[in-house]
Design a protein around this ligand. Sequence first.
Ligand code: DQA
Length: 234
Amino acid sequence: MISIIGPDSSNFTAIVASVSDNAYEDSIRAKDMGADIIELRIDLIEDPIPDDLIELIRSIKLDTGLQCIATNRIHIDGGKWNSSEHKRIELLENVAPYVDAIDIELSTDKTVLSNAIEMTKDNNCTAIISYHNFSSTPDTARIEEIIDSAFSRGADIAKIAVTPVSKRDVLDLLQVTLNSQKPVCTISMGKIGKHTRVIAPFYGSVMTYGYVGTPTAPGQMRIDELRSTMELIL
Ligand SMILES: O=C1C[C@@](O)(C(=O)O)C[C@@H](O)[C@@H]1O
């Protein structure tokens, strides 16, 4: 399970470094830059082979001491996975015994999602159920519905990554974040939302994502810049 409770049992925000190709080298750099957790984006790795992924995860965890999230992002949620759904989930099952959390999309087929969440918990992993919208930000009632849906399907953390078209969209997401009584990770992507990667934690977001080599989403900041800016203003 990933830890989102600070050493003094206060809530703290985990800085997550998304890595893909060059995952090992970028994970070492991420650690030095101040990342708390590594996210391995399997969908961004060329021809992922289970045994190689397991060896990679073991090396990353051993040499960085950081916890690891496995993500194999479905195309509809902005991912690059382009093979079968069965294989997509199978790769997550292969690595589940070696990681600390699995990220699976709310848009996944309900039965597949339910089985994947069961598998996640059977492996004592944190279940992150994520929702992505790369064109807009739903209204607050809809975002709250999405969060409730994620928890009703077994999420330990509900992740909402949406795209604002106005400052009001950003404020709406921060309001939902502040009101949430359960662990959420909220991100306003793109240029208008970029500052939420630093300030959403102040309103209760339990994780914030950054990059080492190349961004894996619009508006991401480099890990060291993210950490220093958070330390400066939070
Ligand atoms: O879902 C998320 C958040 C993210 O999309 C971002 O906006 O930083 C980056 C993804 O790698 C991660 O899985």
